[in-house]
Design a binder for this molecule. Structure first.
Ligand code: GRF
Length: 210
């Protein structure tokens, strides 16, 4: 049986990449791991697992568009059916996002739509909110605003600091990202308009999570 080809983009540590590799999903084949940083820790783990790696340094390109075009060419060599952003710290142009419409997903460390953007754990602690979590979502032009596929919630404890909270959220990220990819590979996940369906059932994600 032909495996479902995916490409994973990273910029750093790569713990989500590791979780996806370690899940050993028999349905998927990781065709390549691409990083915009040569020092990204995840590259080594990919190599150790005999996965092709590529580095495309954004600093070698004059504009965002030029980088995105080169990235697109690099990705398309592998003909993936899904592009998985796993800690890829570059904002992607509308052209790029539209090219991969409905086939590009991201993981974000908050219960979207709350806490878009950076430093989510710090901001959650400052806001004294009691629930936090992670979301896997389809990528759209607007940052962290695409339709949510799956979320996981974690409690925030009064003695938490950024590290303890990040670790608790990360544990959940490592569970829900392989799950979302598996659904995708099974063909059970569909995006119609702004609505995500699993087996033709609408995935309900609360608008407000606290
Ligand atoms: C994760 O917290 C993810 O949600 C965010 O960036 C971080 C990447 O971590 N987008 P890692 O490189 O997968 O360890």
């Amino acid at each position: 049986m032909k495996k479902f080809p995916i490409v994973i983009l990273i910029s750093g540590r790569g713990s989500n990449l590791k979780a996806i590799i370690d899940a050993k999903d028999p349905l998927i084949e990781i065709k390549a791991v691409i990083s915009n940083k040569s020092q990204a820790g995840g590259l080594l783990y990919a190599k150790q697992n005999n996965i092709k790696t590529e580095v495309l340094n954004h600093k070698n390109f004059k504009t965002r568009l030029e980088f995105d075009q080169a990235l697109q060419i690099c990705i398309d060599k592998y003909q993936p059916e899904l592009i998985v952003l796993a800690g890829f710290m570059r904002i992607l142009s509308a052209e790029f996002v539209n090219h991969y419409q409905k086939r590009i997903i991201n993981i974000h460390p908050s219960l979207l739509p709350t806490f878009k953007g950076l430093h989510t754990h710090k901001r959650v602690l400052e806001a004294k909110i009691k629930q936090h979590g992670a979301s896997v979502h389809f990528l759209t032009e607007e940052l962290d605003a695409g339709p949510v596929i799956i979320q996981a919630q974690v409690p925030v404890f009064s003695d938490d600091n950024e590290d303890t909270l990040a670790a608790r959220v990360l544990n959940e990220e490592h569970r829900i990202y392989p799950q979302a990819i598996h659904w995708f590979a099974e063909g059970r996940l569909k995006l119609r308009g702004q609505q995500v369906f699993l087996d033709n059932q609408i995935i309900e994600v609360p608008n407000e999570t606290f």
